[in-house]
Design a protein around this ligand. Structure first.
Ligand SMILES: [Zn+2]
Length: 69
């Protein structure tokens, strides 16, 4: 097993990790319902993709609220 010869400082590791970033989501307006949706994905609001309905969207049923004490 190869092992590092010297321990890296906390700063050195932290400096390397400054480049670990999340990209922002690529949101576009849906051509069908104009809600914002992820590009190249089926719209989760209307279920359309490239002008066709590809999935059925079920209307959300309200969950029974759990008993609160
Ligand atoms: Zn839509």
């Amino acid at each position: 097993m190869p092992l590092p010869k010297r321990r890296h400082s906390k700063t050195r590791g932290r400096k390397r990790r400054t480049h670990w970033k999340l990209d922002s989501l690529n949101l576009i307006p849906c051509p069908q319902c104009k809600q914002s949706k992820l590009a190249h994905r089926v719209c989760s609001v209307c279920g359309y993709y490239s002008g066709k309905q590809v999935i059925e969207i079920k209307v959300k049923e309200k969950k029974k609220t759990p008993k609160q004490k």
